[in-house]
Design a protein around this ligand. Structure first.
Ligand code: GTP
Ligand code: MG
Length: 570
């Protein structure tokens, strides 16, 4: 269950047209009101400044800042009709609040970030353990708290009445309607990106959940860190995406400590285990059990320890996140950094990835269930490859990014060279001015005719390579060139992808789909058309109605659709 969470965006990342906030949607966030307005305003401008700067900050700087903010934060379940002013006054007794927001997830919750770490200790000192009648409690003191409203309730006119709404992304039907009201395909793509991407608050909540889980793991490994990776941090996360985390034990002191040449020295006695994998499995198994038994709000624990990358999976109810906790997963963290970097280089990268991911999900090309489908990660790499293959490339190859790396960027993980530049300012982009509309159209065209049977997709070289194995789809793992990230994809799924690319390419070429339909009804057009389900049937009926002058490619597309439109959607 990948439950979703959303809060209303106040402002977006500080770049180009993505900066603007669309006052929307069915998501909610409640900001300071009344006397707190000034404080809130100054907080907002500070945050805007931060976000403006974030564009140039390295991935690890951003991660570290967010991790540190989360350490100073608490998550509080609030009474439904909480008086915001009273709430703030009460909590301010523990220290200055630097940031807070409310959201709904089976009840009203608040994330409160204090200015100083000392406030957390103060909260722990003055928070009581609830008394229960018929059950027993595990007395684990976490930073997930409940605020009780004691004594007489406030009179109605003194209640702030937080208007929390369900935290979901805009539904596909609403998205199609909303897109159809835009005036250009470029605007549609931008709207989709803004509606789907993670909000600032959602990202903060993700880091807070990692921090809460770290508190549990720290009972065994006091110096550990739990870090989010994947779409929570790589810039391509959609509201509601899972929370991938890894338990980082590399930072614990004592590793690589130089032994004196003479005299006495102490060493830890440690358990010996057969392999790194066995260590990972046993740590995850124990931490998973602790999270399951002691972690408030953590339910549905599954141990998936025999997977290529062992993990434990559970739901964190207060946030609504489905969580995957792994250990020893530094290469995946590097992949996340690489994707983040590509997404920051040019805003068209994220827009195109969001559109293609949304398109793929709508047509069942990707799925939240593991199987022979193309994954979001593979799909993202395919978009990056396409952008490298433009006649004027929009993004550089991974080899080029490695060549630009300085000594601080050197990274070899388990023998794999994961080195690439982290300082964006060293990267010079070429002058490509293609529009998003053009790129989306060409993406479908590119993969409609791609030689999947003999070529491999390789973002390291930015060129097709000869396929080293006979799997239907071959996408080289960026940091482990001998591995194929799409090994799971079978011929049927690849064929569906290609068919849908052909169909969408054809649809976007039709003049009637290239601009708003006009009239009072916002009939689907442009990007909305390719998100509609089962276009094959529509195409077929159009073919019967009127024959548009067609190239050989379109004719063969229509023929292939005729035979393939009976395939079930996955
Ligand atoms: P969502 O579908 O939004 O969760 O996208 P995601 O990018 O988070 O994908 P997922 O949760 O499946 O995987 C998390 C991260 O693990 C990815 O972002 C990659 O960094 C890494 N990853 C996933 N699949 C592969 C793979 O097949 N090979 C490698 N090397 N890394 C992978
Ligand atoms: Mg993920």
């Amino acid at each position: 269950m990948a439950a979703s969470f959303g809060v209303c965006r106040l402002h977006m990342r500080g770049r180009g047209s993505l900066v603007k906030c669309f006052q929307k949607i069915d998501l909610c966030l409640h900001r300071n009101v009344g006397t707190d307005v000034v404080a809130a305003q100054s907080e907002i401008s500070r945050k805007e400044e931060t976000e403006e700067k974030e564009g140039s900050k390295s991935f690890y700087t951003v991660q570290e800042e967010r991790r540190e903010q989360a350490e100073r934060s608490v998550l509080i379940s609030c009474p439904h009709k909480i008086n915001e002013k009273k709430f703030l006054k009460y909590l301010s007794a523990h220290g200055n609040i630097s940031k807070y927001f409310f959201y709904e997830s089976y009840g009203t919750y608040a994330v409160v970030e204090f200015a100083n770490q000392g406030s957390i200790a103060s909260i722990h000192e003055r928070t009581s353990i609830p008394s229960v009648n018929h059950e027993c409690l595990v007395p684990f003191k976490s930073r997930l708290l409940t605020l009780r409203s004691l004594g007489p309730t406030d009179p109605p006119n003194r209640q702030s009445g937080l208007q929390c709404q369900p935290q979901t992304t805009i539904s596909i039907n609403d998205l199609i309607k909303r897109l159809s009201r835009e005036e250009t395909i470029n605007q549609q793509i931008t709207f989709l990106t803004e509606a789907y991407q993670l909000t600032e608050e959602n990202i903060r909540l993700r880091f807070l959940v990692c921090s809460l889980l770290k508190d549990i793991a720290a009972s065994y490994f006091p110096e550990c860190t739990i870090r989010p990776f994947g779409s929570s941090v790589n810039g391509f996360g959609k509201l509601g995406c899972d929370l991938d985390m890894f338990l980082d034990l590399d930072g614990i002191s004592g590793r690589n400590m130089k032994m004196p040449k003479a005299g006495l020295a102490l060493e830890y006695q440690m358990k010996h285990v057969n392999s790194e994998r066995a260590v990972t499995q046993s740590i995850l198994s124990v931490i998973g059990k602790c999270v399951d038994r002691f972690g408030p709000g953590c339910v549905g624990m599954q141990e998936i320890l025999n997977a290529r990358c062992p993990l434990v999976r559970f739901a964190h109810q207060p946030s609504g996140f489905q969580c995957d906790l792994t250990a020893n997963n530094r290469v995946a963290m590097k992949s996340s950094e690489l994707l983040y970097l590509y997404g920051q280089l040019d805003q068209r990268v994220r827009c195109l990835v969001f559109s293609v991911r949304c398109w793929a999900r709508t047509h069942g090309i990707t799925s939240s269930i593991p199987g022979a489908w193309i994954t979001n990660f593979s799909l993202t790499v395919m978009v990056l490859f396409f952008l490298q293959r433009r006649s004027t490339p929009i993004i550089p190859t991974l080899d080029h990014l490695r060549d630009l790396a300085g000594p601080v960027d050197k990274s070899v993980i388990e023998g794999k060279d994961c080195t690439f530049v982290s300082d964006f300012s060293k990267i010079r982009l070429q002058n490509n001015t293609e529009t998003l509309e053009h790129l989306l159209q060409d993406f479908f065209e590119f993969y409609s005719t791609f030689a999947f049977s003999r070529a491999s997709i390789d973002i390291r070289k930015g060129k097709e390579q000869n396929k080293p194995e006979v799997t239907p789809l071959h996408i080289q793992n960026p940091f482990e060139p001998t591995l194929n990230v799409s090994k799971n994809v079978n011929a049927t799924q690849l064929e569906r992808f290609v068919t849908m690319c052909q169909e969408s390419s054809w649809l976007l070429q039709q003049t009637e789909n290239s601009r708003p339909r006009g009239g009072n009804t916002a009939a689907p057009w442009g990007l909305a058309t390719i998100l509609l389900p089962s276009q094959a049937a529509v195409l077929k009926s159009r073919k019967n109605r009127k024959r548009v002058p067609a190239s050989e490619r379109i004719k063969s597309l229509l023929d292939s659709l005729k035979t393939k439109n009976q395939q079930p959607q996955g």
